[in-house]
Design a binder for this molecule. Sequence first.
Ligand code: TIH
Ligand code: FE2
Length: 315
Amino acid sequence: AAAPAPSAPAPSVAATRRVPRSIEEVDNGAILGFAAELSEDHPGFYDAAYKQRRVDICNLARGHRIGEPIPRIEYLPEEVTTWGLVLGQLEALFPQHACKEFLHSLSLFDFRQDEVPQLEDLSRVLQRHTGFRIRPVAGLLHPRDFLNGLAFRTFHSTQYMRHASKPNYTPEPDVVHELIGHVPMLADPAFADLVHAIGVASLGADEQQLKHLVKLYWYTVEFGVVLEGGQPKAFGAGILSSYGELQHMAAGQAELLPLDVFSPLPRISYKDGYQPRYFVLQSFEEGAAQLKAYCRSMVHNIPDDVRAAVQLPLP
Ligand code: TIH
Ligand code: FE2
């Protein structure tokens, strides 16, 4: 497969758009979808109390400033039940179907079924292990803002709970997805470095490159699978946070394709249910090397002071 036309002169990103110099300059207010406005096919669409709850939690996120503690949410009994149900079901599948890095990192957090962990507490643990911090967000960010945040080792996380009527799968990120799917992986140093590299690359990406980066993020960080002793194991957060999707993967119901970071990738969708295919890494190390190679091709577009601020050496 060919690299995406490295000979084409990349327009200077800095000339067309301001590259954020710090996490404070990354916008966490512009929400693309979900948040408090649910579409008609959302399981909570006809549930007024659920919608109001989302508005309240989203407003807390909107008011949060970097450096302040993340507001604690007192989760309702019904929300705790949903959390506990999903956690319990997933924990039964993890030993067989989650990758070893996830299993190890999960043990750093003692998740309990009777309590939804607080973002502030998890953020502190992550900062100790990999320097990542969590920033609460009201819904889906613009992909550039979301990926830019990763360059500053900041993971934007929702804080509301999925609707109780559909605990095993939701089409949108929610607190279960963030905490079970993403947080343990972000505590793994090699994985955190990889996610950081995607973030740094996004600072220098033009629109075309950004689209490809978003797909790379989607097919690895969200829905990646890695081989262990010839067996596919989940490391993508979208698989690890959904009992339905993890079973779907484990049952071999989806196509498994090798990942080539320089080849075009299928379009992504939040709406189509379980993934019809997963991209497989031969090993975590090999996948990280591939992704970092692609990301390095964008580093030259990042203004020098920004590159220094996010600490990435020129290749
Ligand atoms: N489908 C996932 C879940 O049920 O936990 C949530 C999402 C992952 C990626 C996009 S939405
Ligand atoms: Fe996610």
